[in-house]
Design a protein around this ligand. Structure first.
Ligand code: HEC
Length: 206
């Protein structure tokens, strides 16, 4: 009986203490299920160090340069994030002529992403603006925004400018143009898209 007790105790102790053995890295006993951390399934963006062939360890391949998704615009923005790039965009980068639905989609995105700082009508009176520090121009109705080239606004939306962050991750190129068109409308210099049937639509239309 006593021998059995000793054997049972030993087996149990091994079982208990083996869970404390260093499993991986410097987290002994923490990674109970390492496969949950290092996925065995293919991750599209990153497989840590296991995919040594594709850039950034991605399993997904980057689209061929110049690829444009149906109904979308080219993601490639040719101007660098420099003062020279900003100036060059001002003269060289133009809004697509056939842009529609700024009143619907542009307003929709403006109210989500811009109004917390710039206010619903561009008065720079959003709650967040009080925290980040206001621009030198008072509102969108100021001559600065009225005359600001659309290419420069696109550049600012893409890279950010001082206290304003980049919006490239939340607004597709097409949506950036629609928001810019809406900004110009708020400033009193833009024209409202004539096709009102598209208003309020969240679908991407051009
Ligand atoms: C975190 C607050 C914040 C948010 C959010 C924000 N902005 Fe701004 N924005 C600013 C500030 C601050 C400036 C002044 C930057 C400067 O010139 O120093 C600015 C500048 C601008 C300018 C002038 C750009 C230029 O080239 O001088 C435009 C146009 C503009 N914002 C539009 C937008 C639009 C459209 C959105 C939404 C997609 C947006 N902003 C979101 C704070 C914000």
């Amino acid at each position: 009986m006593r021998t059995i007790n000793i054997i049972t105790f030993s087996v149990l102790s091994i079982a208990v203490f083996s869970s404390c053995i260093k499993s991986r890295g410097n987290n002994p006993g923490l990674e109970y299920a390492p496969d949950m951390y290092d996925s065995k399934g293919y991750e599209p963006y990153n497989q840590r160090d296991s995919n040594l062939i594709n850039p950034y360890g991605m399993n997904m391949r980057e689209p061929v340069k110049g690829t444009i998704a149906q109904g979308q615009m080219d993601y490639f923005y040719p101007y660098p994030n420099t003062n020279e790039g900003y100036e060059a965009a001002g003269t060289g980068f133009q809004m697509p002529a056939d842009l529609q639905d700024a009143e619907g989609r542009g307003k929709y995105n403006y109210e989500i992403y811009c109004s917390p700082c710039h206010g619903l009508t561009g008065g720079n009176d959003g709650k967040v603006m009080e925290k980040v520090g206001k621009p030198v121009w008072p509102n969108y109705q100021d001559a600065y925004i009225k005359t600001l080239p659309v290419g420069k606004i696109y550049h600012t939306l893409t890279y950010g400018k001082n206290n304003m962050g980049s919006h490239a991750s939340v607004l597709s190129p097409l949506d950036r143009w629609k928001v810019i068109r809406y900004v110009k409308e708020l400033s009193g210099t833009g024209t409202v898209a004539s096709d009102t049937s598209l208003n309020q639509s969240n679908e991407v239309k051009r």
